[in-house]
Ligand binder design. Structure first.
Ligand SMILES: C[S@@+](CC[C@H](N)C(=O)[O-])C[C@H]1O[C@@H](n2cnc3c(N)ncnc32)[C@H](O)[C@@H]1O
Length: 221
């Protein structure tokens, strides 16, 4: 039994506020969303894969108020703590493989935030492959993950992931992450990369296929 959900339920009506404060110890999701909208200023159909309870989905919906957002997760707790305009956001408990069968090449922006280290190493390539199939021509993948380091904050993050979420997490190095995504998208497809406060372990990456010219005016951050 994972202790995280049980502990969080003890906070009752304050659960969402506590969850936000706890997440802020590790990553500033508002800065992450700012980076995303600076790199990809326009998107009409957005897919978030591994949306969890909706913390990043809220920021996506705020950053792209006219977009249709689909948010999926394999967890039954999908979108549970989302607050915001719901008319343009659809939460579903489903796999990316199932979604892509129904809606191939449909999304001009796919977002993957803090998911890869939760996915077993031997399943990561097929996850990125399915995401590649979900992206429309000229679309982008914006992803963020926590990269490994020999530091107290990394050990705290690993302990919290392992013992609070109860997931068997495994973090990549920056080189490992880059290799994973370029193995699917192809060499030269990483268009932007930056770190996100408060820790250099938070790495955000923008990928666009190599057949797509990169517009520098979208990336002046
Ligand atoms: C740390 S949470 C991140 C939630 C959200 N993206 C955010 O940044 O707030 C990681 C999520 O990845 C989900 N996940 C793990 N493996 C997945 C997979 N193969 N497909 C979709 N979601 C997955 C988990 O269920 C969990 O909700």
């Amino acid at each position: 039994m994972r202790p995280g959900p049980l502990i969080r339920r003890l906070f009752g009506p304050h659960e969402r506020r506590v969850a936000e404060a706890y997440r802020r110890i590790f990553v500033d999701l508002d800065e992450l969303a700012g980076l995303m909208s600076a790199w990809v200023p326009r998107a009409q159909r957005i897919l978030e894969v591994g949306c969890g309870e909706g913390a990043m989905t809220e920021r996506i919906a705020r950053a792209y108020p006219t977009a249709a957002v689909t948010a999926i997760d394999i967890s039954p707790r999908v979108g549970r703590l989302f607050r915001g305009q719901t008319f343009a956001v659809t939460f579903r408990q489903e796999t990316i493989a199932d979604l892509v069968c129904r809606e191939p090449a449909s999304f001009d922006l796919v977002v993957l935030s803090d998911v890869i280290h939760h996915v077993p190493a031997d399943a990561r390539r097929s996850l990125i492959g399915a995401i590649d199939q979900a992206i429309a021509p000229n679309g982008s993948l914006f992803f963020k993950d926590w990269v490994v380091s020999a530091s107290p904050i990394h050990w705290l993050c690993a302990l919290s992931d392992r013992y609070l979420t109860g997931d068997d997490v495994a973090y990549c190095t920056l080189g490992g992450l880059s290799a994973l995504v370029t193995d699917v998208f192809g060499p030269g497809t990483i268009r932007r990369m930056d770190t996100v406060r408060p820790w250099h372990n938070n790495v955000a990456v923008l990928l666009q296929r190599s057949d797509q010219p990169f517009s520098r005016d979208t990336a002046n951050r």
